[in-house]
Design a protein around this ligand. Structure first.
Ligand code: AMP
Length: 395
C-alpha cells in the first residue's frame, strides 16, 4: 500500500512516498519557492537525484509535479499511475483542542483546521492548501491529517493552563498545546519497545532547529515545553523559548513595534541571537572552539534551559525509565547531550561518556549500566509516523 506523505510550508512542499506495509521509503523530495518566478524541485529515487527549475504557481501545480516525478523518474519509477497511491498523509501544525488523534479528512475537518489558522497563521493555511491540492490531484483518494498538537491532548489542566484571565482561554483559546507531537510520539513508541515496557515514564527531547521536550507518564504526555505556539520552552535555532512576557512591553516602550518584537523573538533570538554566529549548532560550536565567548554562552544557555526542564519533568514523574534524545542536535551532538545531563547522576541519570561518543543511525543507549534512568538516542522519523497513521485510518 503506497502512501504519499506531505508536509507543506508557506512556500514549500516536502514529500515522501512509502510502501507503508513494508515501511519502506520509495522516493521523496522537496519543492521550494512555490508562487515565485522560478521554483526549485529536488526529487530522489533509487539513490538518484533529479532536479527541476520551473515555475510552480501554487500547491495544485506542486502536487501535480510530485505525481509526474513519481511516475516518470527511476528505473523503474516507484509507481505507474496516480491510482497506485492509496492515500495521502498530511502534517498539520495546529489542531487546537479539536483533535486528539489523526483523522480522515472531510469538510468538517477542513473547516476545523481553518479555524485553528489564527493560532498558527504561518503553518495551518499552507497545510490546508496542501490537503486541498492533494484532494484535487488525487481525486477520490482518502486523505489523513496528522496534527503536531494531538499527542498532547492528554495533558492535564494544571499543565496546559496559563495563569491568565480565564476569559482568555474561553474566548481566545489561550492555553498550552505542545508541538512536535509526531516526533515525540514516534520516539516514545520506540523507547517503550526498547525498554520492554508498554507504558513507560519518559522525558523526550526533540532538539533540532525547533526544540521541545515532553514529559510522559505511563505512556501518556502530561507536559510539554511548547505552549500556545512553538515559541515557548527551550532555546532554539532562532527562537527565544521561555522569557518574561514583560520583555515584550518593555521593548515596545523602547521604540520597537509589535512586529519588530515578534521578529526578534522568532527569527533573531536563540542560538543565532545569543551567538551572533549562526542558528546552526555546528557553526556555533565551531566558533566557541575558536574562542568566541558569545558562541560559548549560547551553548551554555541552551544546555542550562534543557537541564532545567529535565529537572522539572523528573519532579513531575517521580521516577523516570528513560531520557530520550532526538532531532538533528539530539541525534548528532554528543557535546550538547553531555552538557544537558552532566551532573544529574545524583538524580539517577548517568551518562556513559564512551557510549555517548558513539554514532549510529539506530537507537543507541548512552547511559551507564548503573544509571537508574536509561539515556537513549533514538533517530526520529516523523514521515513514517504519518504514513503509519494514514494506513491505520484508511485501512
Ligand atoms: P533538524 O531541525 O532536526 O533537522 O536539526 C537541524 C539542526 O541539527 C541543525 O541546525 C544543527 O544545529 C543540528 N545538527 C545537525 N548535525 C549536527 C552535529 N553533528 N553537531 C551539532 N549539531 C548538529
Amino acid at each position: 500500500m503506497n502512501i504519499l506523505v506531505i508536509n507543506c510550508g508557506s512556500s514549500s512542499i516536502k514529500y515522501k512516498l512509502y510502501d507503508a506495509r513494508q515501511e519502506r521509503e520509495l522516493a521523496g523530495g522537496l519543492i521550494e519557492r512555490i508562487g515565485e518566478a522560478e521554483g526549485h524541485t529536488m526529487h530522489q529515487v533509487g539513490g538518484k537525484k533529479y532536479e527541476r527549475n520551473n515555475r510552480i504557481p501554487d500547491y495544485d501545480a506542486g502536487i501535480a509535479q510530485i505525481i509526474d516525478l513519481l511516475t516518470s523518474c527511476g528505473d523503474p519509477p516507484p509507481i505507474e499511475t496516480p491510482a497506485d497511491i492509496a492515500g495521502g498523509g498530511h502534517r498539520v501544525v495546529h489542531g487546537g483542542e479539536s483533535f486528539s488523534d489523526s483523522v480522515l479528512v472531510d469538510d468538517t475537518v477542513l473547516a476545523a483546521i481553518d479555524q485553528c489558522s489564527d493560532l498558527a497563521p504561518l503553518h495551518n493555511p499552507a497545510n490546508l492548501a496542501g490537503i486541498r491540492a492533494t484532494m484535487n490531484v488525487l481525486a477520490g483518494k482518502p486523505q489523513v491529517a496528522v496534527f503536531d498538537t494531538a499527542y498532547f491532548q492528554t495533558m492535564p489542566p494544571e499543565a496546559y493552563h496559563y495563569a491568565v484571565p480565564y476569559a482568555w482561554y474561553e474566548k481566545h483559546r489561550v492555553r498550552r498545546y505542545g508541538f512536535h507531537g509526531t516526533s515525540h510520539k514516534y520516539v516514545a513508541g520506540k523507547a517503550a519497545d526498547l525498554l520492554g515496557r508498554a507504558k513507560p515514564n519518559l522525558i523526550t527531547l526533540h532538539l533540532g532547529n525547533g526544540c521541545s521536550m515532553t514529559c510522559i507518564r505511563a505512556g501518556e504526555a502530561i507536559d510539554q515545553s511548547m505552549g500556545l505556539t512553538p515559541l515557548e520552552g527551550l532555546v532554539m535555532g532562532t527562537r527565544s523559548g521561555d522569557l518574561d512576557a514583560a520583555i515584550v512591553f518593555y521593548m515596545m516602550s523602547q521604540g520597537l513595534s509589535a512586529d519588530d518584537v515578534r521578529r526578534g523573538l522568532e527569527k533573531e533570538s536563540g542560538l543565532q541571537g545569543l551567538s551572533g554566529v549562526s542558528r546552526d549548532l555546528r557553526d556555533v560550536m565551531g566558533a566557541a572552539g575558536e574562542g568566541n565567548a558569545r558562541a560559548a554562552l549560547a551553548i551554555d544557555v541552551f544546555a542550562h534551559r534543557a537541564k532545567k526542564y529535565v529537572g522539572a519533568y523528573l519532579a513531575e514523574l517521580g521516577t523516570c525509565d528513560a531520557v530520550v534524545f532526538t532531532g538533528g542536535i539530539g541525534e548528532n551532538s554528543s557535546d550538547m547531550r553531555k552538557g544537558i545531563v552532566e551532573g544529574l547522576a545524583p538524580l539517577g541519570i548517568e551518562l556513559d561518556e564512551s557510549l555517548n561518543a558513539g554514532r549510529s543511525r539506530e537507537p543507541l543507549r548512552i547511559s551507564t549500566d548503573a544509571s537508574k534512568t536509561a539515556i537513549w538516542v533514538i533517530p526520529t522519523n516523523e514521515e513514517l509516523m504519518i504514513a503509519r497513521d494514514t494506513v491505520r485510518l484508511i485501512s
